[in-house]
Design a binder for this molecule. Structure first.
Ligand code: HAM
Length: 427
């Protein structure tokens, strides 16, 4: 019988790497709570229309990458629906904001999430079909200050703090403004005209997009199209005075906070809901898939999915890529080790060894429990791979209450009274 394997583009995360995932998530939660964000958990699948309307029909995500299926009615009271595994979480958060009337409090909602997303992309290093995002959104009525450029700058400053606390040195913040919906409509028209002579020489996707949604031509990755794309007009020239002033205020606040950035006029991002500020943080250690995270403003998204006006800004970090970056920076190469390995001398000592392990674990010691069926040589080999010290437990030790402990790195052997054992092992 053929063996079953994890589906292409998905993978198992195993220890010791999962310890790194947990550390990243704990650091993110700690930073988010200092900035007064609360956690939101939305379902992993949603009505397909949420993404086609929110993210945009012409985006790569919606047109090619979604896992969508028809969910057949199982009772007369149900209707058959088209559902999709979430390819991203901003649309789901805004749906929840609308559904629960979160804007009615009149306060800004500051929400973060950590969880799996699904896109049927071609798998490669740093690009998976199931991947995890750590993201956050700031959304609310205009009266709560949701459109203020200070919000944009604060989110970007928080990201700089988070990456620094994670130990990711050498990131670059790429910053742009894609303007208001009206600016974008104007820019799309400018692009459409500029593309008339160029499109016939471009790839099939670009030819279609030149008609339907010219902005998406800027997402094209086909190498032969890049020199043509470089000649296209930039969006900065289509911004009106209000959009320019908003962007200038974001930059001034970042300058005041000492957060460095690089202006990147081609950064329009691959989702249709963006308005005004857009950004990505990249890291050189990642290779082709070098975006650690991306985000921006989405002042019209709520209305696009049937809600009230609720401007917002947010981001999502690729957790898989954070892990790859930290591994490349070699910050976490040493596997975590237990404090002690308990080696019962003979199977008759197994029960007493379990009792000793329980006692030590309750005192906070990290314990690996051996097995009395092992010869002493094998216990030492296993112990050396998993723990810093080994504790021998035989009849004599049990009766006398004095245990023999050997430190693997120094080779020193010490007799320790049972009452002092927990403290000794933690040193
Ligand atoms: P995005 O740029 O599509 O934005 O994804 C954000 C990040 O998720 C990327 O920078 C990357 O690190 C990671 N990512 C995306 N696709 C994959 C993949 N196939 N494998 C591994 N990592 C991946 C969004 O998703 C927006 N919802 C961000 C946002 C939030 N904008 C406003 N609020």
């Amino acid at each position: 019988m053929s063996t079953l394997k994890a589906v292409r583009g998905t993978r198992d995360l195993l220890p010791p790497e999962t310890a790194l995932w947990n550390r990243i998530e704990a650091t993110a939660r700690s930073v988010f709570s200092r900035y007064n964000f609360g956690e939101i958990r939305t379902p992993v699948f949603e009505d397909t229309a949420l993404f086609s309307r929110g993210v945009g029909e012409e985006t790569d995500i919606v047109s090619k990458e979604m896992y969508t299926w028809e969910d057949r009615a199982r009772a007369q009271s149900e209707k058959t629906q088209t559902l999709t595994l979430r390819p991203e979480n901003t649309a789901g958060v805004v749906r929840a904001y609308i559904e629960h009337g979160l804007g009615e409090s009149g306060q800004l909602q500051k929400l973060y999430y950590i969880g799996p997303q699904f896109r049927r992309e071609r798998p490669q290093k740093g690009r998976y079909r199931q991947f995890s995002q750590i993201g956050a959104e700031v959304i609310g009525p205009t009266s709560a200050g949701s459109e203020s450029p200070l919000r944009d700058a604060e989110v970007l400053e928080m990201l700089a703090t988070l990456l620094d606390e994670l130990g990711i040195a050498g990131w670059t913040l790429h910053l742009n403004s894609v303007g208001s919906a009206a600016d974008r409509a104007r820019y799309n028209q400018t692009l459409r005209e500029a593309l008339v002579p160029l499109a016939p020489q471009m790839c099939a996707d670009c030819q279609r997009r030149a008609e339907t949604n010219p902005l998406r031509v800027l997402d094209c990755k086909v190498p032969a199209d890049q020199p043509l794309i470089d000649t296209l007009p930039v969006i900065a020239d289509s911004l009106d005075e209000a959009s320019k002033a908003h962007f200038a205020a974001v930059k001034a606040a970042l300058d005041a906070a000492g957060v460095p950035y690089t202006l990147n006029p081609r950064l329009v991002r691959g989702l249709d809901y963006y308005t005004r500020t857009t950004f990505e943080f990249t890291h050189g250690g990642l290779g082709a898939q070098n975006a650690l995270l991306g985000g921006g403003r989405y002042d019209g998204l709520s209305e696009m999915i049937g809600g009230p006006k609720a401007p917002g800004i947010g981001f999502a970090m690729g957790e898989d890529r954070l892990v790859l970056t930290l591994l490349a920076l070699d910050q976490n190469s040493a596997p975590p080790q237990a404090d002690a390995y308990i080696a019962p001398l003979g199977e008759s000592m197994n029960a007493a060894a379990l009792a000793l392990a329980r006692e030590l674990r309750h005192a906070g010691v990290h314990v690996e429990l051996g097995d009395g069926s092992f010869r002493l040589k094998k216990s030492f080999e296993s112990g050396n791979k998993t723990a810093r010290k080994i504790v021998i437990l035989g009849e004599d030790e049990l009766e006398s209450g004095i245990l023999t402990v050997k430190d693997f790195s120094s080779g020193v052997q010490t007799k320790v009274p049972r009452a002092e054992l927990a403290g000794f092992l933690q040193n």
